[in-house]
Write a new protein. Structure first.
Length: 202
C-alpha cells in the first residue's frame, strides 16, 4: 500500500512539473521569447504532451522563431489531434482547407473541423458550415450543367455565358480576412486575439 501511495505521489509530481513547464513556455511565447518557449516545450512534445505538440506545431506554422515549415507543423498537429487536442484538429482543418503545406482537400478539411467542433472549438463550426454550403453550391451547379447540357448551344469562345447556363460565383480560393473580437482570448495560445485573421491563428 505504501508503494502505491509513493507511486501516485511521484506521478502527481511529474504531471505538475510538466504542467508548470508548459505554462512557463506559454508565458515566454506571450512575451515573444520563443527561444525559451521552444526550450520548455520541445522535451514535453518529445514525451507526448499534446499541448506542447500543438504549441510547437503552431510555432512552425507561423514561423515564430523557427523557420516556417508546414510539413513539420502538420506532423505535430496530427500527433496532438490524435490525442484529442481540438485546436490542433482545427489547425489541420485550416491547412487542408487552404492548401497550406498540403494538397487542398475540402473533404479532409471537413473531417478535421468535425473533430475540432466535437472537442469544443467554436471556429470549426463556422468552417464546417461554409464548406457544406460550398459543396451544396458546387453539387447544384453540376446538376444544372448536366441538366442543361443536351439543349445548350455550343459555348461561345470568350468569357460570355449562354443564357441557359446559370452563373455560379464561388468564394475565392484565398481566405477572406475575418476577425473575431474576443477580449477573453489569450495573446498567443488557445484563441483568436482581436485583430488576428483566421489564417494567422494556427
Amino acid at each position: 500500500m505504501k508503494t502505491l501511495a509513493t507511486l501516485t505521489l511521484l506521478l502527481l509530481t511529474l504531471t505538475t512539473a510538466a504542467s508548470a513547464d508548459f505554462e512557463a513556455g506559454r508565458a515566454a511565447a506571450n512575451r515573444g521569447d520563443f527561444a525559451t518557449a521552444l526550450h520548455e516545450w520541445q522535451p514535453l512534445s518529445d514525451s507526448g504532451n499534446k499541448d506542447a505538440q500543438f504549441a510547437l506545431g503552431r510555432m512552425y506554422a507561423r514561423g515564430d522563431f523557427l523557420s516556417k515549415d508546414f510539413t513539420k507543423a502538420r506532423e505535430l498537429f496530427s500527433l496532438a489531434a490524435n490525442q484529442g487536442h481540438g485546436r490542433a484538429a482545427y489547425s489541420l482543418g485550416l491547412m487542408y482547407e487552404f492548401g497550406d503545406g498540403v494538397a487542398k482537400d475540402l473533404p479532409v478539411a471537413k473531417l478535421w473541423f468535425k473533430r475540432a467542433n466535437a472537442a469544443g472549438e467554436r471556429e470549426a463550426a463556422i468552417h464546417l458550415k461554409n464548406l457544406t454550403q460550398i459543396a451544396d453550391i458546387t453539387a447544384e451547379a453540376e446538376r444544372s450543367v448536366v441538366a442543361a447540357a443536351p439543349a445548350a448551344p455550343a459555348m461561345p469562345s470568350g468569357p460570355a455565358m449562354t443564357s441557359g447556363t446559370p452563373e455560379i460565383i464561388l468564394p475565392s480560393s484565398e481566405c477572406p480576412i475575418r476577425t473575431l473580437e474576443d477580449p477573453k482570448a489569450p495573446k498567443w495560445i488557445g484563441g483568436l486575439t482581436p485583430g488576428d485573421s483566421v489564417r494567422d491563428v494556427y
